[in-house]
Design a binder for this molecule. Structure first.
Ligand code: FE2
Length: 332
């Protein structure tokens, strides 16, 4: 007797946020920030490109810093669940007539073949990959704990956490729906504009985290925007230590430290002195294990508590606080 589950294939899926490739006009300044202060390991420096990872990341890198004239985002990378998923997603993009290109293995050192495309409705350059090397850290950095790639150093960034990207109010529904429908992200918390149907902000994940990717409407109608990339620290108090240390090094604060109601994590937004990109120092947050999670809607009157549960007031004006940052790179 055949069963419904015979030969069942759930299809391609995204496993987690993998890496971001940030353009920087000042690679040395960015390395001082991410490596000397935040404590990330420089796995490889190859001319004007540096590959970094947190101390609990065994894979090759979660951050690529590329010396270039424009401080744009070169790519947002996601790791997929199975080797064949890169090809299966490429097939799906073709089926939807979305232009994509194959990024050969090694284009980012240590990483296998990826498929690259622009997020429909967003224009952000996304890359999906599976294969990635797991190099040992140099002897003098190596941890005795096999689950750590290196000893905890600096402010103790342990891994990449999430991306927060923006697009226009006109296109955000397309982008948010596409990410859920095609990449399989789950909507966890969200808010609508006053019209009750246009997404103002959506926090989505493929992991138990509340968000691996957030999409927010840009107050100026811009597409292809990065708001911030977040890196994870172990403890809430680590964020306060980071605030103390970064303040002493004159790193520019954008907001915080404080705690979000949405997602319930501690935050501190600072600007990388080298690239000018906004980086969130992030710890805590609740996890979701229910397979039938009901997305939580935040109403306008709840926004103040949602954005800042306590800490630096996060006042919003109009539909969204100004969240303007650098543009992302086009498909190339
Ligand atoms: Fe964030």
């Amino acid at each position: 007797m055949t069963k419904l589950s015979d030969g069942y294939d759930p299809g391609p899926r995204v496993a987690h946020a993998g890496a971001i490739n940030l353009g920087t006009k000042d690679l040395e300044g960015s390395l001082r920030f991410f490596s000397d202060l935040l404590g990330m390991e420089i796995v490889l420096r190859d001319g004007g490109v540096a590959y970094l990872r947190g101390f609990q990341e065994l894979t090759h890198h979660s951050l690529v810093l590329t010396q270039q004239d424009e401080s744009i985002v070169n790519s947002y990378s996601f790791r997929v669940g199975r080797p064949q998923d890169v090809e299966l997603f490429a097939d799906e993009l073709a089926r939807q007539e979305i232009e994509s290109i194959e990024v050969p293995a090694g284009t980012e050192v240590g990483r296998g073949t990826a498929v690259r495309f622009l997020l429909p409705g967003g224009g952000h350059p996304f890359e999906l990959y599976y294969d990635i090397e797991r190099p040992d850290a140099p002897e003098d950095l190596r941890s005795k704990l096999p689950s750590n790639s290196s000893r905890r150093r600096g402010l103790g960034v342990r891994r990449i956490d999430h991306f927060n990207i923006q697009t226009s109010r006109e296109t955000i529904n397309e982008a948010e729906h596409w990410v859920r429908d095609t990449l399989g992200f789950n909507r966890r918390e969200f808010a609508y504009h006053r019209d009750g149907k246009t997404v103002l902000a959506s926090w989505m994940s493929v992991t138990p985290q509340v968000h691996d990717l957030a999409i927010v409407a840009n107050a100026y109608g811009k597409t292809s925007q990065l708001h911030h990339v977040a890196f994870n620290l172990e403890n809430l108090s680590d964020v306060l230590v980071a605030a103390d240390v970064l303040r002493d090094f004159d790193v520019k604060f954008d907001l915080g430290p404080g705690k979000h109601g949405i997602g319930q994590a501690m935050y501190l937004y600072v600007m990388d002195p080298g690239s000018g990109h906004r980086v969130e120092i992030y710890a805590g947050g609740y996890l979701i294990f229910e397979p039938d999670w009901t997305p939580i809607e935040w109403k306008r009157e709840q926004f103040p508590d949602g954005l800042t549960w306590y800490g630096d007031p996060f006042l919003i004006k109009g539909d969204a606080r100004s969240l303007e940052t650098t543009d992302s790179a086009p498909l190339r």
